[in-house]
Design a protein around this ligand. Structure first.
Ligand SMILES: Cc1ncc(COP(=O)(O)O)c(C=O)c1O
Length: 927
């Protein structure tokens, strides 16, 4: 490989690629590698330090049973968890169908016609609803006419906290109160209530909703999908939007995540709904086909005009919840809800016999009681391995769930009997549904839901297993071939890294469990924070943001807080290069900043003169710069130190987008280069799988200056966990975001050790340069460093073929499917190009297969250029060739079926590609 590149050693290649001025020769101060076997043995011991209590805490997190067939065939199956976001619809019909099922389930249960394909968590989903309403009512942020948002006191405290975080930069005024006493005037744009409420009360919000609508404002209801099988749904009560978490539909609590949040809305919001929406379309043969109807690449088009920065969401978990609904069906879900509610009613009755009256007149799964000595109850409960919710006002909340048994109810009652000095515990369990008088008839659901055949067919394990397999077969995942998506780092997600995520010691913990119960997690969190700080060259890390874009937002808030603390709150100008990822400007606007775009030069590098001029021009208002490094063009720009200095000299701070960290680890670092804060995409560089569009984790790492402003969390007294004492509000619903998948990145770092991490970076750069060297004889490669090398990715320019052969980048992307490959990143950051990032995980054989495929496609283009192939009816324009097309009785093309389906020999041998395993649908609509 080195010979092909034209260098004599790996060191020479790295020396030519990474400018000496930013090369950190010190190496990483991290432990050495350990074997997979040894790691799993050690992790078992760490796991044992977590105590898995029965959790009755509620507040948006509930124990649930993951059906084994879903656990094995989906959650633990690389065919599902290694998929990329379904931008290439032809090789994503399986997960598109599953996500459509998720949307249908949410739309049915909430009785609102439109739902998206998941958001990050309930708190941020509520914030998305708030900002959507705000933007609709206040088109001009400089002239806000309706600034107020009403927050009912009885919503989850973590949701309140996130609303506060999101409201401050935008100038939204939150008004908290009791919805029963609220009077809204024309200065309000919206309101939020929770259903069932945070304390479990089931309230009738009809009148309130009418009042809000009368003042021309909107209502979002945070709600619970399981409860909605029994309760009148938000859409029928008049709500405009419903949000919540689908966690209790078959996704482990995982100490906070990952889980799929949902967002459903009335039709009038269809152009403003955040996140991805899957829609039904038709393919080239007129058959039903699915695609993303509203692409999240919306940030790339709207940039600073985007209303949300959601990119990575929670696709894998949305698929799990959707499959849970497919497996149980509407009747099954209702049964689960009724059982839970009946047990809650029994608990309520028995507790009142003991003198504890349920403060919730109507409820679904939660009993709230007043006690004289909560500390004594708590001691007894914890001795028996149970967690309740403890309120400040000497009240206790007990929330039951799918896993609760009659024996569990007896155990709960045992605590209160013992407190009263008795050992005798009895209870009368009713089994008739009509005894569910804890839900008033005015709020009892009568409308049907989940009537679609998909929710009424696959109820046996055999059927379910085959349904999931049939969908998996339609998609291309890393278990088919390499996915060389530039900027997305689709590296190996090793089995050993993933196995512990399913262990109950990690999955079974509630995020608000007492600290002494999560000592195992604490060890992992502390070690991971330390490792990430070391890798980025920074002083501290927050693991709270649960996507890259959330990390951007959190990082920008630290910059904002820093300026405010230094009496420079007016610093609100953020410089962003034109080549930046679309989430950068979107996040900046959400953080209350004004975006000023910096030009690129002809080489695609940041135009340093333009940057310096703008930094000087805005020096009194400069908040900072957002910069991706190596650049989105795959180049280590030599000027980066200069760039950082220019920003600092003008009073700003530097935010580094760490999406390309795979080219830095162990060789240089954002801190070494001179940045102040960065985010990491753990779902790129640190081996968390993409899950077909999430989960992800986007921790931020900061220098000493910004350490006091890392996000805090209500469950931990709001103080930043780094002990800085400044009250900083949360950016995610749970204190450590999607905590359970932190295990994957932890394992990745432990297994590789300092040397392995550095080697990975070197191999990533080697692999990219090897492919570049093979391909540059055929294709024009855009942008290289001063020594002609690329970083960990490179851009192939396909624009010349438009004039020479009528071939566009999209044709090449689709033809690659015939060769058994997922297309590289298409038209980002440069339209008409593909960006290839092979990662360190691919061996030479796979790299060569991919190069051979692209070279063969080049030959096909030459045939068109030379007039040997038809300009319109050719293998590229007609790609991908599906089984239906290749096996059809008629074949009227000037090239053969063999050329269409088996253009290279390996396709016949290895059984991969569209004509065998992956059935591909060519769609009529361009994707
Ligand atoms: C350069 C860059 N920045 C930010 C992001 C956003 O990350 P996420 O999708 O995790 O929100 C991406 C994702 O593709 C990216 O490539």
């Amino acid at each position: 490989m080195l010979r092909t590149i034209g260098v004599s050693s790996l060191d020479e290649l790295i020396g030519k690629t990474i400018p000496a001025s930013i090369r950190d020769k010190e190496g990483l101060s991290l432990p050495g590698p350990i074997s997979e076997h040894q790691y799993l043995m050690e992790l078992k011991q760490i796991a044992a330090r977590n105590k898995v209590f029965k959790s009755y805490i509620g507040q948006g997190y509930y124990d649930t049973i993951v059906p084994s067939v879903i656990l094995r065939c989906l959650f633990e199956n690389p065919g599902w968890y290694t998929q990329y976001t379904p931008y290439q619809a032809e090789i994503a019909q399986g997960r598109l169908e599953s996500l459509l099922n998720f949307q249908t389930m949410v739309a049915d249960l909430t009785a609102l016609p439109l739902a998206n394909a998941s958001l990050l968590d309930e708190g941020t989903a509520a914030a998305e609803a708030m900002t959507m309403f705000f933007n609709l009512k206040n088109k001009d942020h400089d002239h806000v006419t309706t600034p107020k948002f009403f927050v009912d006191s009885n919503i989850f405290s973590q949701t309140k906290d996130i609303l506060l975080t999101r409201s401050l930069p935008l100038g939204i005024q939150l008004v908290e109160g009791d919805y029963r006493k609220a009077t809204l005037d024309s200065s309000y744009f919206g309101a939020i209530v929770q259903y069932p409420a945070s304390d479990g009360a089931v309230e009738d919000y009809r009148q309130f909703i009418q009042q809000v609508h009368a003042s021309n404002a909107y209502v979002v209801m945070a709600t619970d999908l399981l409860a909605l099988t029994l309760l009148t749904p938000p859409g029928e009560l008049g709500a405009d939007v419903a949000v919540g978490s689908s966690q209790r539909l078959g996704v482990p609590m995982g100490f906070g995540g990952p889980h799929a949040a949902f967002f459903a809305a009335r039709d009038e919001f269809k152009r403003s709904i955040p996140g991805r929406i899957i829609g039904v379309s038709i393919d080239a043969q007129g058959n039903r086909a699915l695609r993303m109807a509203l692409q999240t690449r919306e940030q790339h088009i709207k940039r600073e005009k985007a209303t949300s920065n959601i990119c990575t969401a929670q696709a894998l978990l949305a698929n799990m919840s959707a499959m849970y609904a497919v497996y149980h069906g509407g009747a099954g879900l209702t049964n689960i809800a009724k059982r839970t509610s009946l047990l809650a009613r029994t608990l309520s009755n028995e507790l009142s016999e003991l003198g504890y009256n349920n403060l919730n007149a109507s409820y679904f799964d939660t009993v709230k009681i007043k006690v004289s000595d909560p500390a004594a109850i708590r001691r007894l409960a914890e001795t028996r391995g149970m967690n309740f919710r403890y309120y400040d006002e000497a009240c206790i909340g007990i929330t039951l769930d799918e896993t609760t048994t009659q024996q569990d109810v007896l155990n709960i009652l045992g605590v209160f009997h013992e407190a009263a000095g008795s050992n005798l515990v009895t209870a009368t369990f009713e089994v008739e549904d009509d005894t569910l008088d804890n839900i008033p008839s005015s709020l009892t659901r009568v409308s049907e839901f989940l009537t679609h055949p998909v929710f009424n067919t696959h109820h046996s394990e055999s059927e379910m297993m085959r349904y999931m397999k049939s969908l998996e077969n339609k998609d291309l995942s890393l278990n088919t071939s390499m996915i060389s998506l530039g900027s997305c780092t689709m590296k190996l997600n090793a089995a050993t890294e993933l196995i512990p995520v399913s262990w109950p010691e990690f999955g079974g913990l509630h995020p608000f469990a007492p600290a002494d119960q999560w000592q195992g997690y604490r060890q992992i969190i502390t070690e991971l924070e330390r490792a990430l700080s070391e890798i980025t060259g920074f002083a501290a890390t927050s693991l709270q943001p649960n996507s890259g874009a959330q990390g951007e937002y959190a990082g920008l808030l630290t910059i904002r807080a820093y300026h405010a603390a230094h009496k420079e709150a007016h610093r609100d100008v953020m410089l962003i290069p034109i080549s930046a990822h679309g989430t950068n400007p979107a996040s900046a606007v959400m953080a209350g900043m004004k975006v000023v775009v910096v030009k690129s030069d002809d080489e695609g590098h940041i135009d340093v003169e333009d940057l310096k001029a703008k930094a000087a021009q805005f020096k009194d208002k400069l908040a900072g710069l957002m910069v991706t490094y190596p650049s989105t063009h795959g180049v280590f720009e030599e000027s980066i130190k200069d760039i950082c200095k220019a920003i600092h000299d003008n009073g700003g701070l530097v935010y580094m987008d760490g999406a390309n960290m795979n080219a830095q680890v162990g060789l240089t670092s954002p801190g070494f280069i001179g940045a102040d804060v960065c985010h990491l995409n753990l779902h790129k560089t640190f081996a968390i799988p993409h899950g077909g569009g999430g989960p992800g984790m986007g921790p931020i790492c900061v220098n000493e200056k910004l350490k006091p402003y890392l996000p805090g969390h209500v469950s931990q007294g709001n103080a930043s966990h780094n002990g800085a004492g400044t009250k900083v509000h949360a950016v995610s619903a749970a204190p450590y975001g999607s905590a359970s998948i932190l295990l994957i990145s932890y394992a990745y770092i432990r297994l590789l050790g300092a040397e392995g991490l550095t080697r990975s970076t070197q191999y990533a750069i080697l692999n990219a340069n090897y492919m570049k060297a093979r391909l540059e004889k055929y294709y024009k490669i855009l942008y290289s460093g001063s020594n002609g090398t690329c970083a960990h990715e490179f851009i192939v320019d396909l624009r010349p073929f438009k004039t020479s052969a009528g071939i566009e980048a999209e044709d090449v992307a689709k033809r690659l499917m015939d060769y058994g490959f997922h297309a590289p990143t298409l038209s980002f950051p440069v339209p008409g190009t593909i960006m290839i990032e092979p990662t360190e995980s691919e061996d030479k054989g796979e790299l060569d297969r991919f190069c051979d495929a692209l070279i063969s496609i080049h030959d096909e283009i030459v045939q068109i250029e030379e007039g040997k192939a038809d300009k319109v009816d050719n293998a590229l324009k007609n790609a991908p060739h599906t089984q239906h097309v290749v096996c059809a009785d008629e074949w009227n093309h000037p090239y053969s079926r063999t050329q269409a389906a088996f253009p290279l020999a390996y396709l016949k041998d290895n059984n991969s590609g569209p004509a065998s395993g992956v059935s591909i649908i060519r769609m009529a609509i361009e994707t």
